[in-house]
Design a protein around this ligand. Sequence first.
Ligand code: SF4
Length: 356
Amino acid sequence: MTIELAKRRKSRQVSLGGFPIGGDAPVSVQSMTNTDTRDVKATINQVNALKNAGCEIVRIAIPDEEAATAFADIKASTDIPLIADIHFDYRLAIATIKGGADGIRINPGNIGGREGVERVISEAEKHNTCIRIGVNAGSMSKNLLEKYGHPTPEAMVESALEHIALFEELDYRNIKISLKSSNVLQCIKAYEMLAERTDYPFHLGITEAGTLISGTVKNSIGIGALLLKGIGDTMRVSLSRDPVEEVKVAYEILRALDLRHRGIEIISCPTCGRCEIDLFGIVERVERELADVVIPLKVAIMGCVVNGPGEAREADIGVAGARGKGVLFKKGEVIEKLPEDKLAEVLITEVRKLIG
Ligand code: SF4
């Protein structure tokens, strides 16, 4: 049975150094390094770790000139699209565009006034650099805060429309938009409202979402709700954690919505009084040892043979436990009986055989 999502919002397609965003391009996954950008080696290592985890676009913070210089070195060492993240100083934006940035992220409200924006656009034009207009509830203009009292969704949308109008006046359209807030409902509302007013692609994200558990919930509900409505072209899950975890959560969100599938999907039971094996240990080992798999595959790990294979019938392969032993099953059919200490090992070997 296929459940259809809302029809995807028709956004125009823009180019991030040749990487398409919007239009009919799949929703792409981004993350951001948290190394010191000036430490080129450490940052390249993290860029590579993100790429190996399936990240498609990496954003790098540029706090000063030294970081802008380092950015060019990092860019020269990788083929993944890189975005320079800049606040306050348009000269840093210009330096990273010259240094090969595929995209930059700025808040036009704090980059040095209209003149700063004009200078950035003038350099971006020469390289067709994609510019993300990043509206953030935490840094709204004084005028809008006075008008609305708070950074409401209406204020965020008005701010975005003002910035878009300036970019269009300057005839620059290789842009995408984000409206970030740590308030999930406010964020959803703002994107929904802006979707009615413009066709530029949207970068989705819930900012300052928090720790692994609370952040995963906030991101999944916020980004997930928008994707369900067909809104969103690229996304960054934000967590107070190793950014590789952000990429994993992003793919879980996309998988849950049947938008994109990557790697092993573990279907495991919560266990109950019928479980007589160390199920959590097996799940952790299988997940860890199959983390490199890219091909989509459903792997079930169930606590008991009474309900296990049946409950996990849609899985490609799996194991179900009994007292001190278990069975290997494929598509709900039992294939082999195994002692408990062989369950994880055999399952991992069989999965490797399946994916060739
Ligand atoms: S598969 Fe078995 S052990 Fe796991 S929750 Fe279901 S009944 Fe309980």
